[in-house]
Design a protein around this ligand. Structure first.
Ligand SMILES: [Zn+2]
Length: 231
């Protein structure tokens, strides 16, 4: 791979930025443009990993991207959903958020005139969520994404208590997202929720291959919901 550095532009830069975000480095957006902020965070990363601190993502620096993502078993990639495990992994509710540019355009489920191109989520999940949606688009194609309403955005970060409970919702950390809430209402089981249908099997496999949990598939309610936290 060609080294990327200040003024580089393209998908590799974006991948690098998403990686930095997932590792907890402060980048407000992964836009594929290697600017001074990306350079500064790259240098910090290099210092922390005893690499040559030149701000250039050469082969040795890039190696970390594959090493880190390959070395964690899927079952340990995310925390359990209890409060202590969540705070230890993600930090306080509502913090460490980033803006994620979506691989395909969505609509706001409760006002479909509103186009959603970016969402806010936890910086540790941005890269993984991007992968999920990118693979969803690859697998289904634009037409079926729309037909199956996989583009009906129902929310991500939302600092609130769990419905009918006192503990924090996983949405409070920006570590969960909902799609098509109209057809997958909270208390609906697989007899009513559209996301329980066979056509969505591939979508859920993509979600689960990133270690995310479907409440629908594991508990048969809240089929709109996927979270980067184990039950
Ligand atoms: Zn949800």
């Amino acid at each position: 791979m060609e080294a990327i550095k200040l003024k580089s532009f393209g998908p590799e830069v974006k991948q690098w930025q998403l990686f930095l975000q997932s590792a907890g480095y402060k980048l407000p957006v992964a836009d594929g443009a290697f600017g001074p902020q990306t350079e500064r965070e790259t240098i910090k990363f290099q210092i922390a990993h005893k690499l040559k601190a030149n701000g250039i993502v050469d082969e040795k620096t890039w190696d970390f991207v594959t090493k880190v993502s390959d070395s964690t078993p899927l079952s340990q990639r995310w925390p359990k959903q209890d409060y202590t495990s969540m705070v230890n992994f993600y930090g306080p509710v509502g913090e460490n958020q980033t803006s994620l540019e979506l691989p395909y355009q969505m609509k706001l489920a409760w006002d479909t005139n509103i186009i959603v191109k970016k969402i806010t989520c936890h910086q540790k999940v941005a890269s993984s969520l991007h992968t999920i949606l990118e693979n969803t688009l690859k697998t289904y194609g634009q037409k079926n994404v729309e037909k199956l309403r996989l583009d009906m955005f129902g929310g991500c970060i939302n600092v609130r208590r769990m419905r009918g409970g006192s503990s924090w919702s996983i949405h409070s950390w920006g570590a969960a997202y909902d799609l098509d809430p109209d057809n997958n209402q909270l208390k609906w089981g697989r007899d009513r929720a559209t996301f329980a249908k066979k056509e969505y099997e591939d979508y859920w496999k993509i979600v689960e291959s990133e270690g995310w949990t479907s409440l629908g598939r594991s508990r048969n309610f809240d089929w709109m919901h996927a979270q980067s936290a184990y039950l």
